[in-house]
Design a protein around this ligand. Structure first.
Ligand code: ATP
Length: 423
């Protein structure tokens, strides 16, 4: 089988690493990839949003399966373009990808499907949105409708803060057309968890729970990032609740989309708030999370290529999906200053030493320069390790991360502590 992965983050390195282990895979390409994916397959200099070039490459190289890592190509319709060329794709079509591409779409589908989610209003008029905020009071959450790289959400503690966010998004248009509509919703309190499932249009295979750490600082302080670390399973969502979660937040969406003749294929990811009144969905993503993907794939025992091809062709019930019962934990090493401004081009060493005891260093913002691995982004590496317990996985991941050397780097020291406090 020939596979083309689209994307360039730590998630894509983990996908490449796991797919490479499949005896079914003859050739693996990554567009555009990074310093880590170059070790697993062949990087191809095509941007993740250049759909015509991706389809042309897939045709020329007789690719059997395309695996888009990030949301952008999915929202742009990569699945539809590949389908027209007769090439299988592990991911949803453009209609279903709106679950992530439009927060208003997601809220309407949730309401239609009966999925628990915060009360909300959708607005394209600033004054109507402001009236809604004033009527409902704070705390209240303002979200730009479209993709804004995880930055388009403001959890406002006061009505003034909420109105300022509306002004930024709707009047100043700081996210451009992504802010043409806003969702304003009730603020929920609780611990967050991620629940992901593989879907082939109909069959659903739940994946083990995971917990991300979005804030840049320890104790969940400071601005939100793409994610500073993750572990799986997450004690906040134990295995005896996965069936209930599947029925509550995954199956209703899969059924609703199938009934609209746009069956969902790929990974459906529910971002949950575990409130005192039960789980509520904050958002859906239509792909693996980064960095949740890294610990999840470290635990996967099954053949990822067989699983993804089966999901892309409506045969998910024909392949075993089994997981190592151990815990995996990943720590993101970032450039100092991220998610604000930061330096690039820092040399990275110590990866071999870090991997000596079984940890895996997934690369994200890296590239190879004159035979050396150098940083090229905010989130640079995700050092991931397996342990018999969460405590052991944490200890091993940090022991490995401490062996990596990179100037002007930073990582949180408390990934996994929330889970440990539940033990
Ligand atoms: P991501 O970067 O995860 O894709 P996003 O920009 O798509 O994020 P959301 O996941 O909807 O946006 O929100 C981002 C964060 O804002 C959530 O992880 C959560 O911490 C917070 N948040 C969102 N909605 C609510 C809510 N209703 N109540 C409280 N906090 C919320």
């Amino acid at each position: 089988m020939k596979i083309l992965i689209v994307g360039s983050g730590g998630r894509e390195h983990a996908l490449a690493w796991k797919l490479r282990q499949s005896p079914l895979v003859d050739e693996l390409f990554i567009a555009p990839g990074n310093g880590g994916t170059a070790l697993e397959g062949t990087n191809v200099p095509i941007a993740e949003d250049d759909l015509p070039a991706i389809v042309a490459f897939a045709r020329e190289h007789s690719i059997d399966l395309v695996v888009p890592g990030p949301e952008l190509p999915l929202v742009l319709g990569i699945k539809d373009s590949l389908a027209a060329a007769g090439i299988a794709c592990f991911g949803p079509n453009a209609f279903s990808a709106q679950l992530e591409g439009s927060k208003a779409f997601a809220k309407h589908i949730m309401r239609e499907a009966g999925v628990p989610t915060a009360d909300f209003g959708v607005f394209d008029d600033f004054y109507e949105a402001r009236d809604y905020v004033l009527r409902h009071g704070a705390p209240i959450v303002v979200k730009a409708d479209g993709l804004a790289a995880g930055k388009g959400v403001v959890v406002a503690r006061t009505t003034e803060e909420a109105i300022e966010a509306l002004d930024d998004i709707m009047v100043k248009k700081i996210y451009g057309s992504a802010g043409a509509h806003v969702v304003v919703e009730a603020a929920l309190a609780g611990e967050e968890a991620s629940f992901l499932a593989l879907v082939d249009g109909e069959t659903i295979v739940p994946l083990p729970s995971a917990q991300d750490h979005k804030a840049v600082g320890e104790g969940d302080t400071g601005p939100n990032t793409g994610g500073m670390g993750a572990y799986s399973p997450a004690p906040v969502l134990p295995a005896d609740r996965w069936d209930e979660m599947t029925e509550l937040v995954i199956r209703p969406i899969v059924r609703t989309l199938a009934a609209k003749d746009t069956p969902f294929c790929g990974v459906l990811y529910a971002g949950l708030m575990m409130t005192a009144d039960g789980p509520y969905v904050l958002e859906y993503n239509v792909r693996f999370g980064d960095p949740e993907c890294q610990p999840l794939l470290m635990r996967l025992d099954g053949d990822l290529a067989a699983i993804m091809m089966a999901a892309a062709t409506g045969r998910l019930d024909s392949v075993p999906v089994t997981y190592n019962p151990r815990t995996a934990l990943g720590v993101v090493i970032a450039a100092q200053g991220y998610p604000g401004s930061y330096d690039s081009g820092m040399e990275i060493s110590g990866i071999e030493e870090a991997e000596a005891d079984g940890a895996k260093v997934f690369q994200a913002g890296t590239s190879l320069k004159d035979g050396k691995t150098v940083s090229r982004g905010g989130r640079v590496l995700c050092v991931t390790a397996l342990g018999d317990t969460l405590a052991q996985a944490q200890q091993k991941a940090y022991a490995a991360a401490d062996r990596v050397r990179m100037e002007k780097s930073y990582y949180r020291r408390d990934i996994g502590n929330k889970g440990l406090s539940r033990a």
